[in-house]
Design a protein around this ligand. Structure first.
Ligand code: UDP
Length: 456
């Protein structure tokens, strides 16, 4: 019998590629051959970011297919990208699988698709290949999304996803309240775009309904009641690459690992880590206020300033800022975040609350300061500050700005709060247990691997 051969397909965004790449690394370690399918655009970005890192031992075979947009077109035109993905990619994927199966001894034995690429489950079914759908966010949000038909029926949203009445929904008393106006398609003002995103979410959501396996990058212990609301959903996370040596992570920007040696020189629990993930864009005025806030805290800080973090042009710092804080700051354009968060010198994490960042902070026991912008980030903030109580919210002032005084005050509060730190450490232990041998996520992962191998 040949090797089991999994084809993995992430949605083309950083926060989707990283966890699916990690899942693929887990499968590769357990004897799977992996074909990791990226869009041509993202493949090029990852290979460019990697080009100077010759040490990487890649056990994953990355290939690419077109996303349906023209080569020079702007992928930030999200509506166009989503329409192209749905119309063009199923055909390209099918052709790719046919080609692999004709030319390769180890034929594809299962397809693992990000739920946001749920259409691929249909392609797999059509071709008679077993399929798994991978949900890269929390199970609580998924529980709401699989109830879209009921939301329509009860008049909360219309058939195009448009909110008819704002509703605060709490699916269980131990889960956060969800505001229906914060669902991902409402993050844009343009009604046409809202409709396209809603259609994309709903189409994928329906397509994965009867997938062979439904997987979630979360752990049962951190949101137990969400799993009774998601029939057949298997938590297998949080999947973190942090402990691996020199394996492909899937970064879109080149990692600046010099910040780790800088961290080595700082006292324990002394550095504020600030990162807004891959997508968030700050207004210039907010960027300046954050810089002045970090200065005002008087603490050391490591700040990720992506080349596209500020709207319009490259970031400019307040006059004299860089010199005034020179002795206690490190600014990088992309950090090895999981290693940074695991470093003993990190005291707290100012985050946009993306699910991966949330899981990474939870797994390392670092207290959070929450600064959500978009989609599920508000829900993740609610988990952090209201359910697990391992962090605090940063609140905007009447001008919609998070002020330097608010930053200083909340940093003092979170660093001075022993209860938050104790809860963060307890949560870390709980999550660590679930991904260790014998733990709930690890058991699900091992069972899944056996079941997937059985389909050969
Ligand atoms: N990340 C990183 N280096 C950085 C900033 C972010 O490696 O400097 C990684 C982070 O560890 C996480 C991912 O990028 O795995 C971001 O995913 P998340 O869900 O937190 O946010 P998104 O980018 O999807 O908004």
């Amino acid at each position: 019998m040949g090797k089991p051969h999994a084809l993995a397909l992430p949605y083309p965004a950083q926060g989707h590629v990283i966890p699916l790449m990690e899942f693929s690394n887990c499968l590769a370690e357990r004897g799977f051959k992996i074909t990791f399918v990226l869009t041509e655009f993202i493949h090029k970005r990852i290979m460019t970011a990697l080009s100077e890192d010759s040490d990487i031992k890649n056990q994953i075979h990355c290939v690419s297919i077109p996303d349906g947009m023209g080569p020079g077109e702007d992928r930030n035109q999200i509506g166009k990208l989503l329409e192209c993905i749905l119309s063009a990619m199923p055909g390209y994927l099918e052709k790719l699988i046919e080609k692999i199966n004709e030319s390769c001894e180890d034929k594809i034995t299962c397809i693992i698709a990000d739920e946001n690429m749920g259409w691929a489950v249909k392609v797999a079914k059509k071709m008679g290949i077993p399929q798994a759908a991978f949900w890269p966010a929390n199970a609580c949000l998924r529980a709401l999304l699989i109830r879209i038909p009921q939301l329509i029926e009860s008049g909360v949203i219309d058939a195009n996803g448009k909110t008819r009445k704002q509703e605060m929904i709490q699916l269980s008393s131990t889960l956060p309240v969800m505001d229906t106006t914060q669902l991902m398609w409402h993050c844009f003002d343009d009604p046409k775009l809202q409709q396209i995103i809603f259609h994309f979410v709903f189409t994928n959501n329906q397509a994965v309904k009867d997938a062979d396996w439904l997987l979630c990058n979360s752990s049962y212990e951190i949101e137990p009641s969400a799993y009774s609301l998601n029939p057949n959903l298997l938590p297998i996370g949080p999947l973190l690459a942090g402990t691996r040596q020199r394996q492909l992570v899937g970064n879109f920007w080149q990692e600046d690992s010099t910040c780790l040696s800088w961290l080595n020189q700082q006292p324990a629990c002394s550095v504020i880590y600030v990162s807004f993930g891959s997508f968030t864009v700050l207004e210039e005025s907010q960027f300046h206020e954050l810089a002045l806030g970090l200065e005002l805290t008087g603490h050391r800080f490591l700040w990720v300033v992506r080349p596209d973090l500020t709207a319009g042009q490259a970031a400019t710092y307040p006059d004299g800022f860089q010199d005034r804080v020179a002795a206690r700051r490190r600014i990088v354009s992309w950090a090895p975040q999981q290693k940074v968060l695991a470093h003993p010198s990190i005291a707290c994490f100012i985050t946009h609350c993306g699910w991966n960042s949330t899981m990474e902070g939870v797994s390392t026991g670092v207290p959070f300061l929450c600064w959500p912008y978009f989609a599920d980030q508000f829900l993740n903030q609610a988990f952090i500050s209201d359910v697990w109580k391992v962090g605090l919210r940063l609140n905007s002032d009447h001008n919609g700005i998070i002020s330097r005084e608010e930053i200083k005050q909340k940093v003092e509060e979170v660093l001075g709060n022993d209860n938050i730190r104790a809860r963060a450490l307890a949560l870390k232990e709980m999550v660590k247990k679930s991904v260790s041998e014998g733990g709930s996520s690890m058991k699900n992962l091992n069972d899944l691997v056996e079941a997937m191998k059985g389909t050969r």
